[in-house]
Design a protein around this ligand. Structure first.
Ligand SMILES: C[S@@+](CC[C@H](N)C(=O)[O-])C[C@H]1O[C@@H](n2cnc3c(N)ncnc32)[C@H](O)[C@@H]1O
Ligand code: SF4
Length: 454
């Protein structure tokens, strides 16, 4: 088998747009009634758990980058953000009133939007609310997404006082022409200086997000950006392919189609960036993450403990993810729930004393089994038939037969079955979503809603 695939040939043959598999079934299959139906079961599961993780969504930014696929709104005034933090505090109080115990918080992630927009006094009252509902200790990992352009005097001290143990910094691309095409000016110096300040303040873990497939991005421009990211020296690098979905995110129409690299260029960019990052000593984890060997995510991957969730990859072992804020998605053993996405309606529901779930899905036994297979493929590029049978019993036989059929019919050299293991070949790792999708029973129900598979 050749070590390099022709992406044009692969993408001509397989669906161009596929889920990112941060959940199975993907969130577009959640049902309006699902959240309400699962509400009681979800609350009971949180109440019974010793530890839970939580995700807090901050749906505001003080700028609007044209590439952005996140659930956010630009605001140049701080008042709506302050009012929103009050709703968040009310939502946390609602959870407190529903629980008979104070669960330990295993992980907390603040994403957005831009959590770095929060002013010190709002971070302080948010932390006080969290402390009253959950036990937060030295082992609780608190990660926060930072936009360097938000960082002002006092910001870092306030984030550390909140308890931040890990920062994730958005870079995307440092080239001025690319930055102009995505409306995101951001100097190399302010990014590097932020990392230096965070390190000087004692922060041990820093991630940087970079993108390929952006408008006007060339191999030379990307190469320079990745070299600069490596020079900054983060512990982790997330390398995402730009998801161009202007039918969902209308501001992406500001990006001209003719400026976007094609599938072949995207594939070559992904390979170039991944090679540079690996050559600099980072280990590749799953489809889009890299970490220094000493980093806890790399250690987890080597021990087979890497999991996939809505934030990408994690070594978090908590079964329950509590969603806080509009559009946040929660997970428990029996299903997914999602909060109301519109911030105004979310605020209104919380003010009325309602847990603001609006959508969700209860998992069938088949969903759980396929979800496990897809998660292992997205994390380890392989799954073991014996482990599948140990987890799901005789029902798993159908999926073993499907895996054997996929490997037998594979004319691309993507995968093989040997010694009871279904494996994706290393050269086909960039196409992991294509192979995972062969195990997706929901796919045909919602074609063409997703981003490019490579
Ligand atoms: C919420 S933002 C990060 C925090 C902060 N708002 C910032 O931009 O620096 C999360 C990350 O999602 C990624 N992202 C956003 N839109 C994307 C898209 N359309 N395709 C791929 N990745 C995207 C970017 O790498 C971005 O850093
Ligand atoms: S990329 Fe970050 S700063 Fe830019 S609009 Fe999206 S969430 Fe906001």
């Amino acid at each position: 088998m050749s070590g390099v695939f022709n992406p044009d040939a692969v993408l001509a043959k397989y669906p161009q747009s596929l889920p990112r598999y941060t959940s199975y079934p993907p969130a577009n299959h959640f049902q309006p009634t699902g959240g309400r139906d699962l509400q009681k079961a979800f609350i009971a599961a949180v109440d019974a758990a010793y530890a839970v993780s939580a995700y807090i969504h901050i749906p505001y930014c003080d700028r609007l980058c044209w590439f952005c696929g996140c659930h956010t709104k630009q605001t140049l005034r701080y008042d709506p953000v302050r009012a929103y933090v009050s709703s968040l505090i009310d939502e946390i109080a609602l959870w407190k009133s529903r629980l008979t115990r104070r669960p330990r918080l295993s992980r907390l992630h603040l994403g957005g939007g831009s959590p770095s927009l929060l002013q010190p006094d709002d971070l302080k009252r948010l932390r006080t609310a969290l402390d009253s509902a959950f036990a937060i200790d030295d082992g609780t990992e608190i990660s926060i997404e930072l936009d360097p352009s938000d960082i002002k005097e006092g910001s870092i001290a306030a984030l550390l006082a909140f308890g931040m143990t890990r920062a994730s910094i958005g870079v995307q691309d440092f080239d001025p022409a690319v930055q102009a095409a995505i409306n995101r000016p951001q100097g190399f110096d302010i990014t590097r200086d932020l990392v230096l300040q965070l390190r000087a303040a004692g922060l041990k873990s820093i991630n940087i997000d970079a993108l390929y497939g952006l408008p006007l991005q060339t191999m030379e421009r990307l190469q320079k950006t990745i070299a600069q990211v490596i020079e900054i020296g983060p512990d982790r690098i997330a390398l995402f392919g730009y998801a161009h979905v202007p039918w969902l995110k209308t501001h992406q129409k500001m990006i001209r189609d003719e400026d976007l690299p094609g599938s072949r260029e995207r594939y070559q960019q992904a390979r170039l960036a991944a090679k540079m990052i690996a050559d600099a000593g980072y280990e590749a984890l799953g489809i889009d993450h890299f970490a220094l060997p000493s980093d806890s995510l790399a250690i987890a991957a080597n021990e087979g403990r890497l999991n996939r969730n809505f934030q990408g990859y994690t070594d978090d072992q908590a079964e329950i993810l509590l969603p806080l804020g509009p559009s946040s998605i929660g997970r428990f053993a029996d299903g997914y729930v999602q909060n109301e996405p519109a911030t105004g309606q979310y605020n209104a529901k919380v003010a009325a004393g309602e847990i603001p779930f609006t959508r969700g899905i209860a998992l069938t036994a088949d969903d759980k089994m396929r979800g496990w297979v897809i998660e292992r493929l997205m994390c380890d590029y392989a799954f073991c038939f014996t482990e599948l049978a140990e987890r799901f019993g005789h029902r798993s036989q159908g999926l073993v037969e499907l895996a054997e059929r996929i490997a037998h019919e594979d004319r691309d050299g993507f995968c093989e079955v040997s010694d009871g293991l279904f494996k994706i070949e290393p050269a086909a790792w960039p196409f992991a979503r294509i192979i995972a999708s062969r195990f997706d029973a929901w796919l045909e129900l919602a074609p063409r809603q997703y981003s490019k598979a490579v």
